[in-house]
Design a protein around this ligand. Sequence first.
Ligand SMILES: [Zn+2]
Length: 57
Amino acid sequence: MPGSFLLVACPECDNEQTLFSKAASTVGCAVCGQRLAAPTGGKAELFGEVIETVEHR
Ligand SMILES: [Zn+2]
């Protein structure tokens, strides 16, 4: 299971950003720096709303 990519909306500025569902490091918003995902050892913990899931091809 390679994981998938998620389109997540930043809760602070509504920027939409694609990130990996199993992010190995903290992912911040490219616009405002708000934390969007944090690693948990498996599936990343998300702090924004998932708009779309894009299966890895
Ligand atoms: Zn933001």
